[in-house]
Design a protein around this ligand. Structure first.
Ligand code: ADP
Ligand code: MG
Length: 242
C-alpha cells in the first residue's frame, strides 16, 4: 500500500482553481519532488496533505486512511507527518533541545529523559551535538533549518513534507541542509519536497512532478524529466531554470 495517495484533488481560492485534479502516489522510502514556477500550487498541495487547507474535491489517503474525510481527527493525522517550511519557525525563547523535545513530550507523551536522549542522538547524528543548549538566534540560518528538520524528525513521522527548506538560506549554507535531506533519504525516510535546487532534485528524487497552473503536467523518474521531458510546458520550464 502507498504511504500517500492523492486522488483528483481540487483546491479553489476565491473561485480560482489553484489545484486542478492532482493525482499522485507516494510509496514507502520514496522521495518525491514537486517542481514548477512560483504560484503553480506546490505549497498548496503540501498544505492540503497536512490538512492546513481543505480540499474542494478529491481525496487524500495516508496509509490507506482517508484523511480528507471531515470526520478525521486532524491532530492525529498531523502527528504522523513532519513538516518543515522555508522560514525556520523555531520557538525563539526555547533552547534547541527544548524545541526538539516539545512535541514528543507534549503531543506524544514521551518522558522528558527519553525525549532528551533521543534529541541528543539526533543532534549528534546531524553534527549539532554542541548546540543543544543554544537559542535559535545563536545559530546560523543553516543550523536553524537543520534543527527545524530534526524537530520534525523527533516525532518519527511516517512522511516528511519539506517546502523550499533552502530558499531562505545564503548559498554557502544550502549544502549543509541538503546534506541532512540526503542522509534522511539514505535512512529510508519517505519525503515530498519542493525545491528550486534542480541539481539536488535530480540527484535525490525517485519521482519528479512538474506542476503548472495547478495541473500536474508530467511526472517521472528524474533522468526522464530532466533529459527528455515529453510535455512542451515541462520543456519550457526546464529551459528557463537549467
Ligand atoms: P507555489 O508554492 O508553487 O509557489 P502556492 O501553492 O503558494 O504556489 O500558490 C498557488 C496559487 O494559490 C497562487 O496563485 C497563490 O496566490 C494562491 N494562493 C495560495 N494560498 C492562498 C490563499 N490562502 N488565499 C488565496 N490564494 C492563495
Ligand atoms: Mg511555495
Amino acid at each position: 500500500m502507498s504511504v500517500l495517495t492523492i486522488e483528483g484533488v481540487w483546491k479553489n481560492f476565491h473561485g480560482h482553481s489553484v489545484l486542478r485534479g492532482i493525482d499522485l502516489e507516494v510509496e514507502s522510502h520514496e522521495v518525491v519532488s514537486l517542481i514548477g514556477a512560483s504560484g503553480s500550487g506546490k505549497s498548496t498541495l503540501l498544505r492540503c496533505v497536512n490538512l492546513l487547507e481543505t480540499v474542494d474535491d478529491g481525496a487524500i489517503y495516508l496509509d490507506g486512511e482517508e484523511i480528507t474525510d471531515p470526520r478525521v481527527n486532524i491532530d492525529q493525522v498531523r502527528r504522523r507527518l513532519g513538516i518543515v517550511f522555508q522560514s525556520f519557525n523555531l520557538f525563539p525563547h526555547m533552547t534547541v533541545l527544548d524545541n526538539i523535545t516539545l512535541a514528543p513530550r507534549q503531543v506524544h507523551g514521551v518522558a522528558r529523559a527519553q525525549a532528551e536522549e533521543q534529541a541528543h542522538g539526533l543532534l549528534a547524528r546531524f553534527g549539532l551535538a554542541e548546540k543543544a543548549k543554544a537559542y535559535p538566534d545563536q545559530l546560523s540560518g543553516g543550523q536553524q533549518q537543520r534543527v527545524a528538520i530534526i524537530r520534525a524528525l523527533a516525532t518519527q513521522p511516517r512522511l516528511m513534507l519539506l517546502d523550499e527548506v533552502t530558499s531562505a538560506l545564503d548559498p554557502e549554507l544550502v549544502l549543509e541542509v541538503l546534506g541532512i535531506i540526503r542522509e534522511l533519504k539514505e535512512s529510508g525516510m519517505t519525503m515530498i519536497l519542493t525545491t528550486h535546487e534542480m541539481g539536488f532534485c535530480r540527484d535525490i528524487s525517485d519521482l519528479v512532478c512538474f506542476l503548472d497552473g495547478g495541473v500536474l503536467v508530467e511526472k517521472g523518474p528524474p533522468e526522464q524529466i530532466f533529459t527528455s521531458p515529453e510535455q512542451p510546458r515541462t520543456q519550457e520550464f526546464l529551459r528557463s531554470v537549467l
